[in-house]
Design a protein around this ligand. Structure first.
Ligand code: FES
Length: 104
């Protein structure tokens, strides 16, 4: 089962193949922003892939549209649209990173 390490939580979770990072995080009790309900319209679920980017599929058309509008670099992916493969990932969940820096 694919593993995803979330830097802000210093935690590694397992996600079912084909699930999105957001679905997998929620299944593991990790809540992060998804204002538009996972419809690739808000960008609040943004993650930065630190390791394993090459294992991910290309952005789907909905993600690609928002990524272009937000001028995202390739390592930034929408958690609600990015499905994991069998390769472990290391990622930063930007909404959690912002919460952590606000607490400091
Ligand atoms: S939840 Fe809105 S873009 Fe992913």
């Amino acid at each position: 089962m694919p593993s995803v390490k979330i830097i802000e939580l210093d935690r590694e979770i397992e996600i079912l193949p084909g699930q999105t990072i957001l679905q997998g995080a929620m299944a593991n009790g990790i809540a992060f922003g998804f204002v538009c309900g996972g419809n690739a319209a808000c960008g609040t679920c943004l993650v930065k892939i630190v390791e394993g980017l090459e294992s991910l599929g290309k952005r789907n058309p909905k993600e690609d549209f928002l990524a272009k509008a937000m001028m995202l670099e390739p390592e930034y992916r929408l958690g609600c649209q990015t499905e994991v493969s069998d390769t472990p990932l290391v990622c930063s969940i930007l909404s959690l990173a912002r919460e952590n820096s606000a607490r400091r």
